[in-house]
Ligand binder design. Structure first.
Ligand SMILES: *Cc1c(COP(=O)(O)O)cnc(C)c1O
Length: 333
């Protein structure tokens, strides 16, 4: 396949255990009386527990190394899975890592924050709206000391990172072909949009005929700028592969009905979904992203959005490492 050859020509550092498993969720499907359910286990990519950022980091880290970087800088929330995986990638490559976390310094190092610490990352706290400016400031300071920082955008969501999710779509295409399966809808949580960009472009490049439905974690309804950004990242990723296919903003499917109390606020929706998937299938999901994504899937099934004969795939983006930071929100008082 020409496409895989184009990807093989890009610099890449292997970080993930691939392909990630694809399997059925028969007990959850029976419990819901819904469509056939499959799950793609990107929680098992394996980098300091795993998650979707590992696929992006394979290309981002390689780019950093090509540019002679000695330090990775990125940003996120205090329980960022992206920051945790970036810290692990830096450690594995022998680079320093600076994490810019939005918010007040957390009173306790728990969940992903504990892991960032164990992985040797240096943490800079900053008000949430100042994360990008703080990353630039830290980069300037390091350059002033003669260091070579490489700034990875929030979520690793640029064209280079998104190639990881084009590759993921090729991987799924091959798994489905080998199993003789077809999927009607792929459901996954979206936030900074790089996963969505890669999946949408990957769907186009592999001839995937189903729907690629993003569940918004924190993107507000009608946020046109977000869809334009995802489109431009997707198209930039295609450019890197020498492909002329385009994903227009209007082709991107996003459901913004499950924002609840806002980013990182765990409500009944997330709590129930996490318990349901864990207790029917033994699969752990995290509070911020997957709880919201699986919760949306469950609710859409309850509302009859998918017929019994259909197959729906939940793409597990991996965040159970944050569970221990949410003990008080996940257990009964
Ligand atoms: C970052 C993240 C997402 C969202 O992916 P984006 O590419 O930022 O949209 C979804 N789930 C988990 C667990 C994440 O850490």
């Amino acid at each position: 396949m020409q496409l895989t050859e184009a990807i093989d020509r890009l610099p890449r550092q292997r970080l993930a255990n691939l392909p990630t498993p694809l399997h059925e969720l028969p007990r959850l499907s029976a419990e819901l009386g819904g469509p056939r359910l499959l799950i793609k286990r990107d929680d098992l990519t394996g980098l300091a527990t795993g998650g979707n950022k590992t696929r992006k980091l394979e290309f981002l880290l390689a780019d950093a190394i090509e540019q002679g970087a000695d330090t990775l800088i990125t940003a996120g929330g205090p329980q960022s899975n992206h920051c945790r995986q970036t810290a692990a990638a830096a450690a594995k490559a022998g680079l320093d890592c600076r994490l810019v976390l939005g918010g007040d310094p957390a009173p306790r190092r728990e969940g992903n924050l504990l892991l960032d610490d164990l992985l040797g990352a240096h943490i800079h706290w900053t008000p949430k709206p100042e994360r990008n400016a703080t990353m630039d400031r830290v980069a300037d300071e390091l350059r002033g000391e003669g260091r070579q920082p490489y700034v990875i955008p929030i979520g690793g969501s640029n064209a280079v990172g998104s190639v990881g999710y084009i590759l993921a779509m090729i991987e799924l295409h091959e798994q489905l072909a080998a199993a003789g399966e077809t999927v009607d809808t792929i459901v996954f949580p979206t936030s900074s949009g790089g996963t969505q960009a890669g999946l949408a472009m990957g769907a186009k490049l592999t001839g995937f005929t189903g729907r690629v439905l993003a569940i918004s974690v924190d993107v507000e309804p009608g946020d046109r700028a977000f869809l334009e950004e995802v489109s431009s990242v997707a198209n930039g990723a295609a450019d890197l592969l020498g492909r002329s296919e385009r994903v227009a903003p209007d082709e991107l499917a996003i459901n913004c009905d499950y924002l609840g109390g806002g980013y990182g606020v765990v409500g009944d929706h997330e709590r129930e979904a996490i318990r349901l998937l864990a207790s029917t299938e033994g699969v752990l999901t995290g509070p911020v992203y997957s709880g919201r994504g699986v919760g949306a899937l469950v609710d859409l099934i309850h509302k009859g959005q998918f017929s019994q004969g259909q197959t729906v795939l939940y793409w597990h983006t991996g965040d159970e490492s944050a569970l221990h930071a949410y003990v008080d929100h996940l257990t009964d008082p």
